[in-house]
Design a binder for this molecule. Sequence first.
Ligand SMILES: Cc1ncc(COP(=O)(O)O)c(C=O)c1O
Length: 489
Amino acid sequence: MNQATTPTMSSDNCAADSAQATSAWTSKRRDFLRMMGYGAGAAALGPMLAACGSSNAQSTTEALRAELVKDEAFWSSVQGMFVLNPQKTFMNIGTAGSMPTVVLDEFSSLNRAKAVDCLNGYSNLLDLRKAAAPGFGVDPDELAFSANTSSGMCHAILGIDWEPGDVVVTTNHEHGGGDTPLKIATNRYGIEVSRIPMPVGNNQTAATYVNLFDERIRALKAQGKRVRAMMWSSPTYKTGTMLPIADLMTVVKAHQLISIVDGAHLPGMMAYNYADLGMDFMSGAGHKWQCGPGSTGILVVRNKIRASNPLPLPKWYPIHTSSYSDLERTTNGTATYDIAATITSCGSVHTPMFASLVRACAMWDELGRKKVETYDLALSAYLKEKIVERWGIASLYAPKDDPKLVSALTSFNPFQNKDDVMNSQKSSQFVARMASDYPQGFQIRNSNFPVIGAAAEHYGVRLSTHLWHDATDVDLVVDAMWDLSKKMA
Ligand SMILES: Cc1ncc(COP(=O)(O)O)c(C=O)c1O
């Protein structure tokens, strides 16, 4: 939430499309209801749904804004829990979150206590895992602490008993955090990586991804390939597209594959129940949306057979541990050993760091993970609708209408001359000027990615909306981006 409420940029803002025709409302309202109905629990959603049905004179944008401001006092108090520099508007949580005061205090007092009493960190942190696991819907033996998302991806991928010729099916929008261990496994164990070109924009649905993965796997099998695993990001860091875990797990199960999710952005953004989703590995960051300290991550590992995924547990060896159990993995609903202890425990760890991460998790549990998710997604939905009003639907890289594909990352082409998005320098200038040219000091980022059929990579800009933002921040950033896009045209 930025203190400034009045945009100071020139007033050539385009308001042309903001008054949407009432005739268009019905389908728009349906989209909105679908989106909100998917992303949030009934309790958190009740007021939004009621408001949506209350008037057909409002545009979707207006309805979203009205809902966002309804709980303003609550979200202002949440904003007050952070120590963020008020001179800037931090909209790059996808890269780094910020520890709230309670977490900073916990960190500081535990650091001091550790120093005062010369404490060590030889522990598998069971008590902390017990405290954090329920918030993610898993047992303590299924939630490990890692150093970050990349570290969790290394634990997952490099621990698998790969055979030469095993194929991992993934996408061409993955992050280096997952791609690097895949590359190591390629060189070291002779695996092959098959990449699906990612669609971008609003014209896609969850079924698109089910079909893309299923068809690729079938084609590989028809060539005699041994497809062993699927790996994907939910959401991708490039466009913010939420690859739908539950839907993709149907493909995983149909083809009896190992499932590895790069969920860097999931902890603290989405209120997922990972036992219900049933993937083998989900590697998330503790330091992004969850707002824990740097060098913290949450790695969820399937460690028992549940109805959500009846496939056998993959054979897996720890690659970074001081606690190695050579027990076989279980074939039923009872774990044979605490795999999360094996992953968490490696020499003396910095316990205050993980205790502080767990304090952040407790804060989210107290706020209500579903409530945070609903708010983050509603802010992003509002931002996407405003982008569509100004730049048109074709400017979005992040989809907005399929509720299963939305995240709190919003990525789009901000340029008046659409081809400028292929100009890396111009895109970087756009990001830099959003920070320097506007009093709100907007911190956003860009990322480059291939687009099917495009002559060159696109350098879209990406914004993160989280619990310290409000509707006014979205209004201001959209006005600033519109103003800057005109100036850079
Ligand atoms: C999808 C994705 N995977 C992995 C990473 C790496 O995250 P970490 O710094 O937690 O290792 C990022 C970072 O932005 C990301 O967006």
